[in-house]
Design a protein around this ligand. Structure first.
Ligand code: ZN
Length: 131
């Protein structure tokens, strides 16, 4: 699998594995919406599949895509691959059961926070900013 995942690869991971119930290894990461990466958990049970980030785009948009009533943290917020923060995220999967998770790191002025969210096919959109 290439460094940058194609839309088809993201869709395939979600379709094949997105609805897995998870297992003991990945249960600490189970969250429909973004959550801070649990400080008590190690990521040794996760493996990196690839990035959603376009290597040719040095400054991915910070614009977010939302449907009515959703915010960044909403369990129902679209997983919009070309919008923030998904355009800076990586796709990982549980080494034991292959349940897929999105991860990205939020860089604030004085902190950085690692975040994680389950990948679900029903929430994915590949709509592009400005068209
Ligand atoms: Zn698992």
């Amino acid at each position: 699998m290439s460094a940058q995942l194609t839309e088809e690869e993201i869709d395939r991971e979600a379709a094949l594995y997105g609805e897995l119930p998870g297992c003991q290894s990945c249960s600490p990461f189970a969250s429909l919406g973004w959550e801070a990466f649990p400080t008590t958990a190690s990521d040794k049970d996760l493996e990196r599949l690839g990035s959603l980030r376009d290597p040719n785009n040095e400054d991915p948009t910070l614009e977010e895509l939302h449907t009515a009533g959703t915010s960044l943290w909403s369990p129902q917020a679209p997983i919009a691959s070309h919008y923030h923060p998904y355009n800076r995220a990586e796709l990982w999967a549980c080494r034991n059961c292959h349940k897929p998770f999105l991860r990205y790191t939020e860089y604030g002025g004085y902190y950085e926070e690692r975040r994680i969210r389950e990948l679900h096919a029903a929430l994915i959109t590949h709509a592009r900013p400005g068209g």
